[in-house]
Design a binder for this molecule. Structure first.
Ligand SMILES: *Cc1c(COP(=O)(O)O)cnc(C)c1O
Length: 377
């Protein structure tokens, strides 16, 4: 059996190496490293895949969030609501722009931002909501969008972990995660479901005016060359990454399917074990398993991880500390009791290896060992 990794980017590359090598070589020979034709080609393919009017490629997912906030016309001190239990990028970009992050708790079942908590956190200063589609499953977008309409708020989706996931409307219609809010942001960090071979990201919108502004902002706020109408940034998708992504986009659905299959196999192994809670599947989204994250109940999680390591099984904690407890964000006053779910999750979740190359043999090995270890601790 091959070594088990949290993600196996090498195995994935080897299967498509001929195509990839050729595409990279083409960029090298063209010397169009920035804004080469392949950037436009990838952008068009991605637009079709996402079913959105505009795709603005950029340098990474964090930039996508920052640029989205910059384009939303917010003023210093305006409040932006986001989840307490997520990767830091969302809160970070809010704070960086002099806006005020309002962290709210997540739902105890599906771990995405809780619309009830969003509504409670709204004040006269609230201007935007950033829901995060955590682990590959959508937040409750219809509820969130209806709250946003009622209070005239901008919705910026963080779909960095949900590339290719479907939001399923109550009437059965489907749209891609990242295409529902005023703006959607994603990341092509190598380990994401659609991963580049370096940093990359994209911004989505159906709003022509916003698209125009987003395009200027990623390019130094430039409308006409050397005429700067906005304060902007330099955030480009480079041609080599676009060439890789253009090829990998063709495989994204099959990659997500492979992750879903692995997740079902894990589910079957763990569903009868009371000290583990398998990932909930919500009716409003499919789950593309950027992470396969179990909740442990009454187990010494550190000991479990150590014992898994002894069996050469890697495991990770996404995320060990809620955002409201991070040093950088402690200046904001919070009531601890408002974060009961996020605090609990940080102490109990564990993510197992999940990727496109995981074999049944590896899944069986991981599952059997995990269950055996739990019996003994
Ligand atoms: C990965 C990630 C980001 C940031 O993406 P980068 O491309 O690494 O900047 C933002 N939000 C979430 C939820 C992520 O998982």
């Amino acid at each position: 059996m091959d070594e088990i990794r949290m993600v196996d980017l090498r195995g994935q590359y080897e299967k498509i190496s001929e195509e990839i090598d050729l595409a990279i070589k083409e960029v090298l020979l063209s010397t169009s490293f920035i804004n080469g034709p392949v950037v436009e080609e990838f952008t068009t393919s991605l637009k079709n895949y996402m079913g959105v009017k505009h795709v603005i490629p950029c340098a990474n997912g964090t930039d996508a969030l920052q640029v989205a906030l910059m384009a939303s016309g917010l003023q210093p001190g305006d409040e932006v609501i986001t989840a307490d239990f997520t990767f830091v990028a969302t809160a970070e970009t809010i704070a960086l722009l002099g806006l005020s992050p309002k962290l709210v708790d997540v739902h105890p079942g599906n771990f995405t931002i809780d619309p009830v908590e969003i509504e409670k956190a709204i004040t006269g200063k609230t201007k935007a909501i950033i829901p995060v589609h955590l682990y590959g499953q959508c937040a409750q977008m219809e509820e969130i969008i209806s709250i946003a309409r009622k209070h005239n708020l901008v919705v910026i989706e963080d779909s960095a972990q949900a590339m290719g996931a479907d939001y399923i409307f109550k009437n059965g219609n489907r749209k891609k995660a990242g295409s529902l809010g005023n703006i959607g942001c994603t990341s092509f960090f190598p380990s994401k479901n659609l991963g580049a071979y370096g940093d990359a990201g994209a911004i989505f919108t159906n709003d022509d005016k916003l698209a125009e502004k987003l395009r200027y902002i990623v390019n130094h706020g430039m409308k006409v060359r050397y005429y700067h109408d906005y304060v902007g940034v330099n955030s480009r998708l480079d041609s080599i990454q676009a060439a890789v992504l253009k090829i990998k986009l063709n495989y994204l659905d099959s990659y997500n399917l492979a992750r879903q299959k692995a997740a079902i196999a894990y589910d079957n192994a763990f569903s009868a074990e009371k000290r583990l809670t398998i990932p909930e599947r919500v009716p409003w989204s499919n789950h593309i398993f950027h992470q396969y994250t179990l909740k442990t109940n009454g187990i010494d999680r550190d000991l479990l991880i150590k014992k898994l390591q002894h069996k050469s099984i890697p495991a990770m904690i996404y995320y060990p500390v809620p955002l409201h407890k991070q040093k950088a964000y402690t200046s904001i006053a919070y009531a601890e009791e408002n974060f009961s779910t996020s605090n609990d999750l940080c102490n109990s979740v564990i993510s197992l290896p999940i990727h496109t190359e995981l074999t049944q043999e590896q899944i069986d090995y991981i599952s059997q060992n995990l269950l055996e270890i739990i019996q003994k601790i």
